[in-house]
Design a protein around this ligand. Structure first.
Ligand SMILES: NC(=O)c1ccc[n+]([C@@H]2O[C@H](COP(=O)([O-])OP(=O)(O)OC[C@H]3O[C@@H](n4cnc5c(N)ncnc54)[C@H](OP(=O)(O)O)[C@@H]3O)[C@@H](O)[C@H]2O)c1
Length: 389
């Protein structure tokens, strides 16, 4: 029997890599649902190739364009967060790949968790916004969360060597992004194109900017908190420019286990799709002598304040991580539009976090409301910044 798969964010970088992995193993998997945002031409191609029984896109306008592309052969086409959640649940998948970017992925990812699916999770923002709730719901439904993020996937692999009480800390590696070694003053004038030029990984635009600011690592610290049930004090970050060691686990006797590999997201995706088995893969092997040396250094927390903003939000708890994430999404979008400068990204987030006291919403609606308030507040801060120029 083929395992039924839904891909949330199929038109993106992770979505595309997931379909490449599935292509290698078509005898074992069947794509039953696809969810995307607005790139309907790409989605239409995927629908023709994979024949899912239902699809969903960001909104009604995109749905109309998709129907036009597909003509009379279109499967059921839904839209919006509820449409994405319906596709996720109603197609009855065994496995859901959660790879929508941003808090937009929260509703369908949570639906997959509530339905008790195996969830291959790339959409770290969903866990940042609602980690506690997501873990609680997974315990209730029996859903399994498998990390696709290469760092957490590495930790998941290293944890198979021991038991949780034996773990002392986890160490997330970070490439340091394109601006490693630059001072805050130098960062003030970097361009969007410079920030999009990642040294080791090829990814979607938002996560590429997050890598440049180190917010990506901050979001990953929060993600690790919930995925592995570790306190923030036991989650460390080290800069490792070669991106060969994907992350490490230190056990209580001082032993450190690391997972190494080429920077290719098809590795962690296939690991999650085939877990608890490990299948062979054709991808490129590491050539250790050619790499020669692996280096590690402390992150520069002054030039890249986003990392500590994330640790701070995790420490504050409640809706603080949701507001941190929303403010970051708005600030990164404004930076990508060329509106604000690179150093304005942490400044916007800091103002948004400071504008409200932390509250603890009891449900997902409360977290979505915190997200909305933070976005409004971020847009005001950004507009003020722009009018000052
Ligand atoms: N890329 C990587 O190597 C990598 C590594 C680790 C973790 N991740 C995480 O994986 C997630 C996806 O990253 P990515 O790099 O693949 O991003 P991406 O290339 O920008 O793709 C994002 C996907 O989300 C879809 N989407 C956006 N808004 C949506 C909405 N409102 N409703 C439904 N779908 C929506 C997009 O659809 P359209 O394009 O059709 O609009 C696209 O399919 C992020 O959370 C990222 O942090 C990525």
């Amino acid at each position: 029997v083929r395992r039924k798969v839904v891909i949330l964010g199929s038109t993106g970088s992770i979505g595309g890599s997931t379909l490449e992995v599935l292509e290698r193993h078509e005898e074992s998997f069947e794509v039953v649902g696809l969810v995307a945002g607005r790139r309907v031409e790409r989605l239409a191609e995927q629908v023709r190739r994979w024949q899912p029984s239902a699809v969903s896109v960001a909104d009604d306008e995109a749905a109309a364009r998709l129907r036009e592309h597909l003509g009379p052969d279109a499967p059921q086409v839904l839209s919006g967060p509820d449409g994405a959640a319906s596709v996720t649940v109603d197609t009855g998948p065994d496995l859901v790949v959660a790879a929508i970017v941003g808090a937009a992925g929260l509703v369908p990812t949570l639906a997959a968790v509530r339905a008790g699916c195996v969830v291959a999770l790339a959409n770290k923002e969903a866990l940042v916004v609602a980690g506690e709730l997501m873990v609680h719901e997974a315990q209730k439904s029996g859903a399994v969360l498998l990390p696709v993020d290469s760092e957490h996937n590495a930790i998941h692999q290293c944890l198979r060597a021991g038991r949780m009480p034996e773990v002392q800390r986890v160490v997330l590696t970070a490439s340091g992004g394109p601006f490693r070694g630059r001072s805050a003053a130098e960062l003030a004038s970097v361009s969007t194109a410079d920030a999009l030029d990642h040294p080791t990984w090829s990814m979607g635009r938002k996560i590429t900017i997050d890598s440049a600011t180190l917010m990506n690592k901050g979001l990953e610290v929060i993600e690790a908190r919930w995925l592995f049930g570790m306190p923030a004090a036991a989650i460390d970050v080290v800069i490792h420019p070669q991106s060969v060691v994907h992350s490490l686990v230190e056990y209580r006797d001082g032993s450190i286990l690391a997972q190494l590999g080429t920077p290719d997201m098809r590795h962690p995706i296939q690991y999650a799709l085939t877990w608890p088995e490990r299948w062979s893969a054709p991808s490129e092997r590491l050539d250790l002598p050619a790499i020669g040396a692996l280096t590690f250094e402390e992150p520069d927390r002054e030039a890249f304040p986003c990392l500590d903003l994330a640790y701070g939000a995790l420490d504050d708890g409640g809706d603080a991580p949701a507001r941190l994430n929303a403010a970051n999404e708005e600030a990164v979008a404004a930076f990508l539009d060329g509106g604000i400068g690179f150093n304005d990204i942490p400044a916007v987030i800091e103002s948004v976090l400071a504008a409200e006291a932390v509250t603890t919403p009891g449900d997902v609606a409360g977290l979505i409301d915190a997200d909305r308030r933070a976005r409004r507040s971020a847009r005001e801060v950004i507009a003020r910044e722009l009018s000052r120029r």
